[in-house]
Design a protein around this ligand. Structure first.
Ligand SMILES: Nc1ncnc2c1ncn2[C@@H]1O[C@H](COP(=O)(O)OP(=O)(O)OP(=O)(O)O)[C@@H](O)[C@H]1O
Length: 302
């Protein structure tokens, strides 16, 4: 157990969130070893630009946790640091009481991380990819073959089981990536935009699989831009903006009696009057004069 290991502090002063002038900042809350994931002071910058800025969050065991935020808010960078794919500049995370960066192998056994399409061996067939993913996790071949069959059926991919993944549609690729993350029955699933490009029928099936998984005590962390989906499926949500958590809790707490999307817009801001793209009507220029179609270039093939 490594619950008492303090997370590394930044070596030099970092562009941490501005502290209020008064009252003095409270003592930092230590990470919670009972949480599925407990994040404290997570910080990452790329070329001097801060992507994640001292982020802290506790994700309870058995929750279906949605991370939402505008483009570039730092969701993927946070998930990459929590899952051991990217080393933080400062701060850290604990997974089921184990510090991520001092026990990476142990932490990885607990996690099922959905790979991105560009991170898989797509010249394997769907079935081969699943068997490979299971065996990579130390599972016996016979067991991986059995589970691969179940997963292919659950994700409606049986007819494409022996087709190379490179020939899958983007929705099918998403599904096989999710299946690959689940084959070793991890206790925590981390899914970056799992429903993107998945058709409504497959989405509904996928939702059922995830809800069933959560009912058995599994924890699911998804990032998504689809607020209605988060509101419908997730038990908890964190709104992330500019590399920090600006609200977190159960969906009801965060929505605070409003629609989650309304609340998101309220907290994140960024709405502005629609730009007038007058030329979109296709007929007039800025003076209101009719726009003539350009004459075809002369000298072309006749
Ligand atoms: N490898 C990288 N190199 C340089 N900058 C990066 C890198 N990864 C992320 N960033 C920057 O960090 C910031 C946060 O990016 P991140 O991908 O974490 O946001 P996000 O919330 O997942 O966004 P989206 O919803 O658009 O996927 C962005 O400004 C992004 O440009």
């Amino acid at each position: 157990m490594t619950a008492d290991i303090p997370f590394p502090a930044p070596a030099a002063p970092l562009a941490a969130p501005a502290a209020p002038a008064a009252p003095p900042a409270a003592a930092p809350v230590p990470p919670d070893p009972r949480a599925a994931v407990s994040i404290r002071g997570l910080f990452k910058q790329f070329d001097g630009k801060v992507a994640v800025n001292g982020l802290a969050l506790d994700i309870p065991v058995g929750s279906f946790y949605g991370l939402v935020g505008p483009n570039g808010a730092g969701k993927t960078t946070t998930l990459n640091m929590v899952t051991g794919l990217l080393r933080p500049d400062a701060g850290g995370a604990m997974v089921l009481g184990t510090d991520v960066w001092s026990n990476l192998d142990r932490v990885k056994r607990e996690l099922g991380v959905m790979p991105q399409a560009g991170q898989i061996f797509d010249r394997l067939t769907g079935r081969q990819l699943l068997v490979y993913s299971g065996m990579l996790r130390g599972m016996r071949r016979a067991e991986t073959v059995r589970r691969a069959k179940d997963l292919l059926a659950a994700f409606d991919l049986e007819s494409a089981a022996d087709t190379m993944v490179t020939d899958y549609s983007s929705g099918m690729t998403k599904k096989i990536c999710l299946a690959a993350a689940m084959i070793h029955s991890p206790r925590i699933l981390v899914l970056d935009e799992p429903f993107e490009s998945v058709d409504p029928v497959s989405s509904a099936n996928l939702r059922d699989i995830l809800v069933e998984y959560a009912a058995t005590g599994g924890t699911i962390i998804i990032s998504s831009h689809v607020m209605a989906l988060v509101e419908r499926m997730c038990t908890h949500v964190a709104i992330i903006n500019k590399g920090q958590v600006c609200a977190a809790g159960t969906v009801e707490q965060v929505a605070a009696g409003s629609d989650l999307e309304e609340r998101f817009l309220e907290l994140v801001g960024g709405r502005h009057a629609a730009a007038r793209l007058a030329w979109l009507d296709g007929g007039t220029d800025e003076t209101g004069a009719a726009v003539e179609p350009a004459a075809p270039a002369s000298g072309g093939a006749r």
